[in-house]
Design a protein around this ligand. Structure first.
Ligand SMILES: [Ca+2]
Ligand SMILES: [Ca+2]
Length: 261
């Protein structure tokens, strides 16, 4: 009799445990699987996220379906407002009275069934060259290399209350010097460890290479973990590459979730 009571109690505890687990994790899972968004990056990239999958939208028919919808528009990482967008050879914006509005700056726009967390960050000067020098050295590049872009952004990317530094160095498209190698390197430093995002090094064939820039730090899929959109412009502006990176904890490394190339 006593044994039976113990079994029943254990069974009740077990059932209660599974019910709680389902309520906590199941509901969160169902909620997050319903997140969907369309993100526009510059003139060359449209990403769609639905049912946990990212897709590039490239066909004319699919792009036409996005026309005249209202988007949350950001320019140079600053909130610009809600505007209808229309795409022809590039994106055009219109206010609620269908008056044309100038899009002057790096465009990021999204439409989503959630409020996207987009971090406000700014390029900062690199005052301490320790990590830049160690990255140059590690990639067999001269420590006296000149740059055409060199800055960092401080972002609490993993939300632990301490900012990580994202460095960007490049000598792509040099005008007044003639390096042997053209390089563009982007990396994060956390706890004195270097994590590469982008590392492109090639011989100087004049105006080859791609100059990277941070488009934005954001939580694109609303899973409460930040991603970063890194873009890269070739000498001719039609060749912009846009890449969405997330940090893969299992591999302890950044990985590209989706890219337009
Ligand atoms: Ca942090
Ligand atoms: Ca995320």
């Amino acid at each position: 009799m006593r044994d039976k009571k113990v079994y029943i109690t254990l069974l009740i505890i077990l059932v209660a445990f599974f019910v709680v687990m389902f309520v906590v994790f199941g509901i969160n899972n169902i909620k997050s699987s319903k997140n969907n968004t369309t993100i526009i990056v510059g003139e060359n990239t449209i990403w769609n996220y639905d049912k946990r999958r990212w897709l590039n939208i490239t066909s004319r028919g699919s792009i036409d379906k996005l026309n005249w919808k209202e988007y949350n528009v950001y320019l140079n990482n600053e909130k610009f407002g809600k505007y209808s967008l229309w795409h022809d050879d590039k994106w055009y914006a219109f206010d609620s009275k269908k008056n044309a509005v100038m899009l002057d700056g790096n465009l990021l726009a999204y439409q989503a069934n959630f409020d996207m967390a987009i971090m406000k960050t700014e390029d900062e000067e690199i005052d301490d060259r320790t990590y830049v020098d160690s990255v140059l050295e590690e990639n067999n590049l001269s420590l006296s290399s000149q740059f055409t872009a060199a800055y960092k952004r401080s972002v609490d990317f993993d939300d632990d209350g301490v900012a990580e530094d994202f460095y960007l160095i490049s000598n792509a498209f040099p005008m007044d010097f003639d390096p042997e190698m053209i390089f563009s390197i982007v990396f994060m430093v956390k706890n004195e460890k270097i994590y590469y995002l982008y590392n492109d090094i090639s011989e100087n064939r004049s105006f080859n290479g791609c100059k990277p820039f941070f488009t934005t730090f954001l939580d694109a899929d609303n899973d409460k973990k930040y991603e970063v959109i890194l873009s890269c412009a070739g000498y001719s502006t039609s060749t912009q590459v846009d890449m969405l990176y997330k940090f893969n904890k299992d591999n302890d490394a950044f990985e590209i979730v989706i890219s337009n190339q």
